[in-house]
Structure formats: C-alpha cells, structure tokens
Design a binder for this molecule. Structure first.
Ligand code: ADP
Length: 478
C-alpha cells in the first residue's frame, strides 16, 4: 500500500494528513508516512467496533483460532523484515527487534490456542435440583493505547487476548512508531478479522486517545505508558465505571550481594540496565550493591560498558541503539545533569556522541555514590542510566529495593538460598528475578506490577482472561 499508510476504520482503509516516521539512528531518513487520524475517525472506529461486537463475540472459537494462527504464521515468516522496520522506527538493535517480532508471533500462537480452551464451571446450587453455571463473556469494545518502546509486542499482547475472548478493538499506537502497528493490523486484516472488529487509529494521544478515553461505548481500556497519563486515564475511566488495565513503568532495583556469582551479576546489570537503550519499563535503574563486593563490581561493570558500541540500530556491531527521539534524549541528559548536581559520581558514559549518521546516540551512563533519595534513584528516566547504591548487608538492600513508589520488577544476584527465597517473598514487585536481569520476560506467564507500576489485573498468559472477559453466573431449575 502506498504512503501515507492509512488508518483502518470499519474495515475501510482511511487516509488522512501524512505524518513522517523518522529513524532515530538517522534523522534525515523517513521510514514512511502514516495517516494521522482525527477525533471523528476515532469516533467512527468506536461506532464500528460497537456494531461488530454482537457477531464477533458469538463467533465460533475455531474461527477466531484460525485467524490468530494465520497472523502468527505471517509475523513469524516475516520476522526479519518486520524486525528491520521496528529497528528503524524505534531504534533497538536488529537482533533485539527480531526477538520482539518473534515474541509477537508467539503471543498470537498462544492466544490462538486459548480460543479453544475457554470453558466454565458447573456447580450444584445450595438449593436442591438447581444448577449453577459460571461462564466468561467478552467485555465489549476494548480501547488499546500503547507506548513506543515495544511497538509490536505490546500491541500483540493486548490485541491477541482481546480478539481471542470475543472483544472488538479500537487500537491507538504511540505516535512515534506507527510502522509496526500498521504492519500488525494489516496482517490481522488479511488473516480474516471481520470488518469493524479491529480498528486502527494512529494519531495524537490528546486527540485520538482522548476520544477513546471519553467514549461511553468503550467498555474496557488497556493502556501502557507513563504514570502521569495513566493517572489521567484512570480518573476519566472511574467516572464511567469502566474496566481498566494500566502498566505505568518502574524504577526497578537489582541487588548484588557479596556472595553473588560475580560474572552472573555483571551480566544481569549490563543487560538489564542498558540493553534496548534502557528504554524498557523492566530495566534495572537502581543497582544496590553490598559493600564487600561494591568496588570490584563497579570496576567490572564499567569495563564491560566501555566495551559496548553505541551506534545505528541496524549496524551489525551495535550493542546500544539510539534514544528514540529528541525530547527523550533531552530528558535523559537532564537527569544525568541532575545526578551530577545532586552529588552522584558519573563513572562512565552519559555523553551524546556523533556517528556517521545524524542519530540520537547516548553512551550508557553509570553513577556511583548515589543515595536512594536522589532524583536519579526516584524518577523513571527511561534511558541508559543506572545509579549504584552502596549498602551494608542484605537487610538494608531489601529495604532500599522496596523504597520506591513503583513495583514492576526486582532482581537479585546471590548464591544464598536463604536470601533468594527471602527476596522472592519480600520484594515489593509483581515480577522477581533471581540471577536473571530484571528485564526479559516470557510471553506465556503473567506480566505486571504492584504499587505505582500497575493498576488492574495482569497481562499475558492465561491471566489475561481476567481483564478481557466478565464472569456470568447463571442459575437454572430444571
Ligand atoms: P510515553 O512516555 O511512553 O510516550 P505516554 O503516557 O505519554 O508515555 O504515552 C503512552 C500512550 O498514551 C501513547 O500512545 C500516547 O499517545 C497516549 N496518550 C498520551 N496522552 C494521552 C491522553 N491524554 N489520552 C489518551 N492517550 C494518551
């Protein structure tokens, strides 16, 4: 299809004002043009989804299974091409992008299976002769609003269960990454999703997103993005008594104890903090290290970081791709300046660097001599920046790890069964990693956090059924 790539509303491809999608590895390169949806387009998409709901929610499970399977097959078959597109628009390295595309295919495959596994319960009533049937039903029109950092995996893990359980969808991807979203919707459309069941409205949060959030016809809203936007969406949704599911980031701790396997700990921190340019809500940004190993550990991480190559995402030698856009880069540099200003010591990185192409390259930054009260230890930076906090022992490490308004992921490197077990139980986070990076999670198990990170029921795996269905209890007397 020619540029600008159009929106999909009620099964019709709708064109609109063309917006350039730029490559953060080379700002002179336009990845493609995409049509910007208007408020009226979003309202038409919601109406189309509402009209399509009765038939789709009653469609045969095998129909839904076949469509999701077909989509999965195409995504997998085209993973190199889709990975390249993702890498060009978002800036993660090609291997990271191909892995993300593969994950999207696996998610569609998983939920294709779930279409055939939905069941209910049959219980005897307390009244003789009466039966009680407990079943799950689709919720209705689901609004899906996604961020830029996982342009295909996050849409996949929201769209696949929404369609699997019989909901219809209005999907608004992040403005920065329409390419992967468009490709995914095109694949699903050609795989046979009926008209109106899946609608794509690319555009501004304040226009298109707002129209979705304000609509009384949107029965459920699933959002991944920043805490501030999440709060505004939660308030608007509360007035409508709508079902919501929000993922809003983290300030994830990674604890390194004196008894850790040193190489495992270094790997976990370098990967968890800096891969994908630190632009993961599960990235480790507070590295909490006990004093016996602190200095040697910092030296080893620093050496490993200095061996990383920051550069264009598609270059085979690149380890760390660019920052996604200018405003995120300004924000990262501002936090780095604040870290220095508050007395932390920058031991390596944190420099904007020039490469052959005009890209947004920032070398990964490591701070030491940090306290957990500093801005760089409290705010979610969403860049390749980590703060090392020195502690006496495990008890202090756990207290510091939990002293944050967020609670998405928490990791520890230790060879002590006692400390690993205690950490799994007492870390205040939805996901806990022992001797593994805080980022990098499986597609078939629940994803989500506690405290300020998440609101509503879990995403992914079989737990997704909680959000995308409502329970019906039917009593029957013969
Ligand atoms: P990020 O830092 O990931 O861009 P945001 O919360 O700003 O986090 O954006 C996440 C998603 O929410 C994007 O798709 C964005 O367009 C959308 N969004 C932003 N503001 C609003 C809003 N007021 N109403 C609905 N959606 C919004």
């Amino acid at each position: 299809m020619n540029d600008p790539k159009p929106n999909l509303v009620g099964g019709v491809w709708l064109t609109g004002e063309a917006v350039a999608n730029r490559n953060p590895s080379d700002l002179s390169q336009v990845v493609g043009h995409y049509a910007r949806a208007t408020r009226a387009d979003a309202e038409a998409a919601i109406a189309a989804a509402k009209a399509a709901f009765p038939a789709w929610s009653r469609s045969a499970p095998l129909t839904r299974h076949a469509i999701l399977r077909k989509a999965s097959d195409e995504i997998l078959a085209r993973r190199d091409q889709l990975g390249r597109l993702l890498s060009m628009e978002e800036g993660k390295t090609l291997p990271e992008a191909i892995a993300e595309v593969t994950r999207a295919a696996q998610i569609f495959d998983f939920f294709a299976g779930e279409c055939l596994r939905s069941g209910g319960e049959l219980l005897p009533s307390v009244r003789p002769g009466v039966g009680v049937e407990i079943t799950r039903e689709a919720v209705g029109v689901v609004g899906i609003i996604t961020p830029w950092n996982f342009p295909i995996a996050i849409p996949a893990w929201k769209i696949a269960p929404a369609l699997c359980y019989g909901n219809t969808v209005v999907f608004k991807p992040a403005d920065l990454v329409p390419g992967s979203a468009w490709a995914l919707v095109d694949i699903l459309h050609r795989a046979g999703v009926p008209d109106g069941v899946l609608n794509l409205v690319m555009g501004r949060g304040s226009v298109v997103g707002q129209a979705i959030v304000e609509s009384t016809d949107v029965s459920a809203l699933t959002f991944t993005g920043s805490r501030g936007t999440g709060e505004a969406l939660a308030m608007a949704s509360a007035r409508l008594m709508r079902k919501v599911q929000f993922e809003m980031g983290g300030k994830n701790p990674f604890v390194v104890l004196d008894d850790a396997d040193f190489e495992v700990a270094v790997d976990c921190v370098v990967n968890g903090s800096f891969f994908s340019t630190g632009q993961r809500c599960t990235a480790s940004s507070r590295i909490i290290v006990t004093e016996g190993v602190h200095d040697a550990f910092v030296a080893a991480v620093k050496a490993r970081m200095q061996a990383l190559t920051t550069g264009p995402a598609l270059d085979p030698g690149t380890d760390i791709g660019p920052v996604v856009d200018e405003s995120q880069l300004v924000q990262d540099l501002d936090y780095i300046a604040r870290g220095k200003g508050e007395g932390a010591r920058l031991v390596t990185g944190g420099d904007r660097v020039a490469r052959a192409t005009e890209g947004l390259f920032l070398t990964p930054a490591l701070f030491t001599e940090c306290t957990n009260a500093m801005t760089i230890a409290r705010a979610e930076i969403f860049g390749p920046v980590a703060a090392v906090i020195r502690v006496r022992d495990y008890d202090e490490a756990l207290a510091v790890a939990n002293d944050t308004p967020f609670g998405l992921s928490a990791g520890i490197a230790t060879t002590s069964l006692k400390h690993a077990s205690d950490f799994k139980r007492n870390a205040q986070a939805g996901m806990v990693m022992v001797n593994l990076p805080t980022a990098g999670v499986d597609f078939h198990v629940p994803f989500g956090g506690t405290k300020g990170s998440s609101h509503g029921s879990r995403e992914q795996g079989r737990y997704a059924v909680e959000f995308f269905t409502t329970v019906k209890t039917a009593y029957q007397k013969p």
